[in-house]
Design a protein around this ligand. Structure first.
Ligand code: PLP
Length: 221
């Protein structure tokens, strides 16, 4: 993993302001949580986010989270937002507060076993791109029933928009919001650096932002 240098505290403060302004301009002030995503950056970036007032931070890769979390003690409630392998759940369970990318029954079972009662979001495949993870929309009601039966605390849905121009994500985000409404689920974790406005306009309650806060990441090895 090539790890980038974190921005200065001053730079981060300015970028947080910019992102909050973008959220407000899209109509999300007071409704949308800003979740910083620190993947590709070291524990220093997480410490900066904590100093800037965040107590919830997201990571996409199990190895990265396992590497950073110990040095940050209990300062952070971690959200796991990336593609999740079942065999990583056990190691992550003591660290993760919110599992955002639960998209199949095997994960429901394993999380219920290793972290009983945990807070989860169900990831929806909103774009027909299985490599991004996510449960096909038609199967979400069944997965929700399974997760509840297993004792998990299902807060809502999560989705990753399609690559390409942000406007192309609108239909996907609208579909996820409609599905959440139908299922009576409150949380909709939608929107990243490139498409946060569209996500907020379509009902996001949480945007997951890496690049706009910490800068460009190095390539994955
Ligand atoms: C990396 C990542 C983000 C943040 O992406 P940016 O475009 O850098 O804001 C959000 N959600 C998930 C699932 C990610 O993997």
């Amino acid at each position: 993993m090539s790890e980038r240098a974190a921005p200065s505290a001053q730079e981060l403060a300015e970028r947080i302001d910019q992102v909050r302004r973008r959220i407000a301009a899209a109509g999300g002030e007071g409704r949308v949580q800003l979740l910083p995503i620190t993947k590709g950056f070291g524990p220093g970036a997480v410490a900066l986010a904590v100093e800037a007032g965040f107590d919830e931070v997201g990571e996409s890769y199990a190895q990265e989270l396992l590497g950073k979390a110990p040095s940050l003690a209990d300062a952070v409630r971690w959200h796991f937002v990336g593609r999740l392998q079942r065999n990583k759940v056990r190691a992550l369970a003591p660290l993760v507060a919110v599992w955002q990318s639960v998209d199949r029954a095997a994960l429901v079972d394993e999380i219920a076993r290793r972290a009983p009662g945990a807070r989860v979001l169900l990831q929806v495949d909103a774009t027909g791109e299985p490599q991004k993870g996510g449960c096909p929309p038609a199967e979400v009601p069944g997965l929700l029933a399974l997760a509840r039966a297993a004792g998990l605390d299902v807060g809502g849905l999560m989705a990753v928009g399609p690559a390409g121009p942000p406007e192309g994500a609108r239909r996907a985000f609208r579909m996820v919001s409609t599905l959440a409404d139908e299922l009576g689920l409150v949380e909709r974790s939608m929107g990243m650096t490139g498409d946060l406005e569209v996500a907020v306009e379509e009902g996001s309650t949480m945007v997951r932002i890496g690049t706009a806060l910490f800068g460009p990441r190095g390539p994955r090895p």
